[in-house]
Design a protein around this ligand. Structure first.
Ligand code: CU
Length: 146
């Protein structure tokens, strides 16, 4: 009886920590076919409840231009969901927050390839980095820091 109570408490805790909205958001990811860290970032998204449509392309830059990611904020892969651009190794929690807050913006960017970001794990090493919210005019402000 006691273990049953403990088990249901555990289940309740687990239910709270999973993605709350029932339908898994679909995200389109544009990447080079040879990009390893891009694939690891996709794994991170799927682990966190996203449905990923991966598109291999030799020209990721055309999608950055199309989605309005300024060259200074570029990373290896570019993704698109719900009308937003997601550039680089942005953590899933920031994407979920974006979907919840729905700001007027082009999207999110994690410029470069910060070590320790999702898909860029290298043991215990974690470089500090910021996720930027790219405003409609192409400027950006800090959305979160790691
Ligand atoms: Cu990368």
């Amino acid at each position: 009886m006691k273990s049953l109570i403990v088990r249901s408490m555990l289940l309740a805790v687990m239910a709270q920590t999973t993605w709350a909205a029932p339908p898994a958001p679909v995200i389109d990811v544009y990447k080079s076919p040879t990009c390893g860290c891009c694939g690891k970032w996709i794994d991170h998204l799927e682990t966190n409840g996203f449905t990923v449509r991966a598109h291999d392309t030799a020209d990721v830059a055309q999608h950055k231009r199309r989605l309005g990611i300024p060259p200074g904020y570029a990373s290896c892969h570019t993704a698109e969901l719900a009308g937003y651009a997601i550039e680089g190794h942005v953590p899933a929690r920031d994407i979920k927050r974006l979907l919840q807050e729905k700001p007027q913006a082009r999207g999110l960017a994690a410029p470069g390839m910060p070590t320790g970001s999702p898909g860029m794990e290298q043991g215990a090493r974690k470089d500090p980095y910021a996720v930027l919210l790219v405003n409609p005019n192409g400027s950006a402000r800090t959305f979160s820091r790691y």
